[in-house]
Design a protein around this ligand. Sequence first.
Ligand SMILES: [Fe+2]
Length: 338
Amino acid sequence: MGTLILALAGAGFSATLAQAAEEKVLNLYSARHYQTDEKLYENFTKQTGIKINRIEAKEDELLERIKNEGANSPADVFLTVDAARLAVAHELGLFAPVKSKLLESRIPANLRTDDWFSFSTRARVIVYNKAAVKAADVQNYEDLADPKLKGKFCSRSGSHPYNLSLMSAIIAHQGEAKAEQWARGLVANFARAPKGGDTDQIKAVAAGECGVTISNTYYVARIMRSDKPEDKKTMEAVGVIWPNQKSYGTHINVSGGGMLKTAPHKEAAVKFLEYLASDDAQRYFADGNNEWPVVAGLKFANPALDSLGKFKADALPVGSLAMYRTKAQVVFDRAGFR
Ligand SMILES: [Fe+2]
């Protein structure tokens, strides 16, 4: 009997220790690839005293790693970019549901699910060479497939998540048959085979190698904020269009994350997710990486985002983009958009 009481007392003691440890550390697996995030994390530690152990790797590598670590994974929170990737983590059953009044009140319903949350948005815009292409001809994603633009369209790969998520939205709005027709039109208009990232396409458009491309807004804003003479020249040569303002709105994608089911520090994990929706953190997304906060009405100081102006965003719930992801890849493959 005496031994049992001792054992129980011992268990209680170590539980208290575990709780104390829980307060102080957060293991963050992050696929966000932006240097400016450093301050975002430092600020959390300053506010809460919770130290962040950060593991950064490529999106798909991190997912693999969490999967392989299984029940023993030290990961508390997984942060990544692109809705479809977040949905993959959900489908693999990696996330734990998080009930937080704060997250529910701060993040609009179309930008969250039961177990993952968006913390910033980026739009996929049309960037065109002002000397080679008329703005009136590139007002919609659909316009990019018009034979008028033969030999003028450049893009990164069709299997990149940014393009897969855009294609998912097109399928959701237009249906698979029309989406495939669109992809075939894009391929017929290629100035060159897909290569490079969004920034490479913008530069090729400015140089006249291509007439038009699609890009995430933060790449455009990054060039806009640069002091380098070649970047200034790039921005002088190109125009930026919010696509589909008269129909379903410009496609937006997100960066976001969730708490892992196996998280050893669940309390710290929820605190961190709530922190990412705080005014301070939201401003880091806007000012540091040129993304839009998800919290409505938040004031921020980013002249590049301001000069891009206001736009109508596609209201499609981000969770549903994932539904069409496999189809999106099949459609791009069939159309020869590699
Ligand atoms: Fe990116």
